[in-house]
Write a protein that binds this ligand. Structure first.
Ligand code: B12
Ligand code: SF4
Ligand code: SF4
Length: 383
């Protein structure tokens, strides 16, 4: 058995679904693609992506001494339970369990030890996933992990779909690199048609300024008014462009306990409980060190929760769900009375304003909105 075949088998036994080998050649064509994306302003406020595209497409610079990389995928797919009701927000599948970064790095270290045992020699190797300056999707597509779909996800062969993470183990092994996998979306554009914010261009690019995943996770400021209703129930991330993809009709379930909803916050999170978190210390206690939901911090996660609660209040079917409606309204009103952050106060008043009932917002509440332009806008909602 060749070293490559042995590596693929060991990776599979650890739960990595697909394994390909990457070279350390510069990725010139991918750099052009990446720079074009940046030039169009699609990176939004993610400043780190704008620094040094040359480095992100130069695997040879990533880890000195490496001669190739073992590129792997692992599924994070789990099926959500039935919708528990309007005061709950939806969490994207990749985040329902534990933060994938340390989990995958630990498994890659295990992969390294097992390869060392098999080859009978120590490896010079380093594990990466997402946290490094590497254009991972370009790298994965270049070496056949899958093809780049119009939703920009790397879609694996044989209906394995796109619900998986990409990770790499750079090593000093001299292995033959794999060729690209040829796949196609054909004339399909379901993802673009289904995207609530039209973030996917017809050329198959994602404009992060419009993407719910960016708006709810990476965005450090307010959520623009015009996009709030389009966020729907998504309190953290978004899976719509993957849910509608025909390649994702029967995705393999995640093999790892760490990515199961029972290991983390789960598919739905109680938003009234979330907005009762009063400060950063309470937030840290609630989410600890291993939840992906801590990334936008208290400010970002509560901002998202307020938008989703507003969207729930605006839904006509909620007019019959009296208990939920009252609970949401009381939680929002109490939030406005005690919160200090002006941007969060504004989002909470916006949420109350989504209800058909104009008596919910008092003049005293409006006094808490610091921006006069926004205050004027809200005054339309009170009698
Ligand atoms: C920044 C980032 C984001 C941003 C921007 C997303 C984007 N599409 O660029 C935001 C916050 C929006 C985001 C969201 C998500 N992300 Co993200 N993200 C990244 C990150 C850090 C960099 C991505 C990047 O370089 N974008 C820049 C542009 C240039 O790349 P691009 O999307 O590939 O776009 C080009 C191609 O589509 C290209 N194209 C067209 N045809 C072809 C053909 C070929 C061969 C190639 C190579 C390209 C290509 O045209 C575009 C350029 O003009 C990577 C990790 C990493 N270090 O690389 C994870 C990563 C891409 N994200 C990931 C995930 C899981 C998600 C979400 C599903 C999470 C969620 N559920 O909310 C969503 C999906 C949204 C979407 N449809 O893209 C996974 C994707 C795994 C996979 N199977 O592909 C990655 C790889 C992390 C990981 N290690 O697993 N993400
Ligand atoms: S993640 Fe959601 S908002 Fe972003 S491109 Fe996909 S469907 Fe659109
Ligand atoms: S939904 Fe259609 S167009 Fe979009 S990625 Fe899947 S196959 Fe491609």
């Amino acid at each position: 058995m060749s070293s490559k075949q042995a590596i693929v088998e060991i990776a599979q036994s650890l739960g990595f679904e697909r394994t390909v080998i990457g070279s350390i050649e510069p990725m010139d064509a991918e750099r052009k693609q990446y720079e074009r994306w940046l030039e169009q302003g699609y990176a939004a406020g993610m400043e780190y992506l704008k620094r040094n595209p040359h480095f992100r497409t130069s695997p040879q610079l990533l880890y000195p001494n490496s001669r190739s990389a073992i590129i792997v995928s692992v599924s994070y797919f789990t099926q959500p339970p039935p919708d528990p009701g309007p005061r709950f927000g939806r969490v994207a599948r990749y985040a329902v369990g534990l933060d994938y970064h340390p989990v995958i790095r630990a498994r890659l270290r295990e992969l390294k030890s097992r390869i060392e045992e098999k080859l009978g020699r120590p490896l010079i190797a380093k594990a990466f996933t997402d946290d490094v300056a590497l254009y991972e999707q370009g790298y994965a597509a270049r070496h056949g992990l899958g093809f780049s779909g119009k939703n920009t996800m790397i879609i694996g062969p044989k209906l394995s779909g796109s619900y998986y993470f990409i990770a790499e183990l750079f090593t000093d092994l001299d292995l033959d690199a794999d060729e690209p996998y040829i796949g196609t979306c054909g004339s399909c554009f379901r993802c673009g048609d289904a995207c609530p914010t039209d973030a996917i261009t017809s050329a198959g690019e994602v404009d992060a300024n419009l993407c719910i995943s960016y708006l709810t996770i990476e965005n450090k400021g307010e959520i623009p008014f015009r996009l709030r209703s389009k966020i729907g129930r998504w309190v953290f991330g978004c899976d719509i462009c993957q849910e509608v993809c025909p390649y994702n009709q029967r995705p393999p379930e995640s093999p790892w306990r760490e990515f199961q909803p029972s290991s983390g916050s789960g598919h739905y999170i109680d938003l009234c409980e979330l907005i009762s978190i009063e400060n950063d210390i309470e937030f840290k206690l609630r989410f600890g060190d291993s939840s992906p939901l801590r990334r936008p911090r208290r400010f970002g996660l509560l901002r998202n929760a307020l938008v989703v609660l507003g969207n729930s209040l605006s839904r006509s079917e909620l007019q019959d769900a009296v208990v939920d409606r009252l609970h949401i309204i009381e939680s929002l009103q109490s939030f406005v009375s005690r919160e200090e952050n002006p941007v969060l106060i504004e989002h909470a008043i916006w949420a109350l304003a989504q209800s058909a009932d104009s008596t919910l917002i008092s003049g005293a509440m409006l006094d808490r909105v610091v921006d006069p332009a926004i205050r004027d806008k809200f005054s339309e909602y009170i009698i």
